[in-house]
Design a protein around this ligand. Structure first.
Ligand SMILES: CC(C)(COP(=O)(O)OP(=O)(O)OC[C@H]1O[C@@H](n2cnc3c(N)ncnc32)[C@H](O)[C@@H]1OP(=O)(O)O)[C@@H](O)C(=O)NCCC(=O)NCCS
Length: 180
C-alpha cells in the first residue's frame, strides 16, 4: 500500500512535510526570485539547493526538525520552505522560526499562519523554551509576521558578517497563545 509523506504540521491552509530531493526544482525556483531573495545573500546554485536538502535530511534524523516543505492545501502546490533552524548567536544556542513563501502566495496571511503553527509545534511538541527570528533591516513583512507571532525586538546581532535584527518569544504564555 502506498503511503503519503509524513505530515509534520497541519494548519487550515498549509501542510508541512520533510523536504526531499524531488523538491529541488521548486526550491530552486523559489531561490531564483530576486523579490523573495531581496533580504538574503545571493541566489542559490543547484548544488547549494541539493546540499540544503541533504542538511535537512540529516537534521530530521538528528534533531527531528529543520526547514520543511510548505504545501498549500487548496491547490496542493509547494509554495515555500518554513521551519526551525538551529543558530548560534553570541555563543548561545538558539532556534529560529524561519519562513519563505513564493510571491503569488504573499499577502493572504499564510506567512503568519505558518509562523504561528511552527511556534506552537516548537513549544508544545518539542518543548522549546524560547524561539528567535533573525530579520534583515528593512524586511517589514517579516517584522510584521514576527510581531503577529508574539515576538518582540531584542537587539541587533551579527551573523556571518551580516547585521540582523533579533526577535524573541518565550514559552511563558498561556495555552491560548499557542493556538495556531
Ligand atoms: C515574510 C513573508 C513570509 C510574509 O508572508 P505573507 O504571507 O505575505 O505574510 P502575511 O500575509 O501573513 O502578512 C503578515 C503581515 O505583514 C504585512 N505585510 C506584508 N507584506 C508587507 C510589506 N511588504 N511591507 C509591510 N508590511 C507587509 C501584512 O499586511 C500583514 O500585516 P497585517 O496583518 O497587520 O496587515 C513573505 O513576504 C516572504 O516569503 N518573503 C520573502 C522571504 C523572507 O524575507 N522571509 C523572512 C526572512 S526573515
Amino acid at each position: 500500500m502506498a503511503h503519503g509523506p509524513v505530515i509534520v504540521i497541519e494548519t487550515p491552509r498549509l501542510r508541512f512535510r520533510p523536504l526531499t530531493v524531488e523538491d529541488a526544482d521548486e526550491l530552486q525556483a523559489l531561490y531564483s526570485d530576486p523579490e523573495v531573495m531581496r533580504f538574503f545573500e545571493g541566489l542559490r546554485s543547484r548544488e547549494q539547493v541539493l546540499m540544503e536538502i541533504e542538511e535537512a535530511k540529516r537534521s530530521y534524523q538528528r534533531l527531528g526538525f529543520y526547514l520543511w516543505a510548505a504545501i498549500h492545501k487548496p491547490d496542493r502546490r509547494f509554495i515555500g520552505r518554513c521551519g526551525l533552524l538551529p543558530q548560534s548567536i553570541e555563543g548561545r544556542r538558539e532556534l529560529e522560526v524561519a519562513y519563505m513563501l513564493a510571491r503569488p502566495y504573499w499577502g493572504r496571511g499564510l506567512g503568519t499562519e505558518a509562523a504561528r503553527a511552527i511556534k506552537a509545534h516548537a513549544f508544545t511538541r518539542l518543548h522549546c523554551a524560547r524561539l528567535i527570528s533573525l530579520i534583515a533591516p528593512g524586511n517589514e513583512a517579516s517584522v510584521r509576521v514576527a510581531e503577529k507571532n508574539g515576538m518582540r525586538y531584542v537587539k541587533e546581532v551579527t551573523l556571518n558578517g551580516y547585521v540582523d535584527r533579533m526577535y524573541v518569544v518565550e514559552a511563558t504564555g498561556g495555552l491560548t497563545d499557542l493556538l495556531p
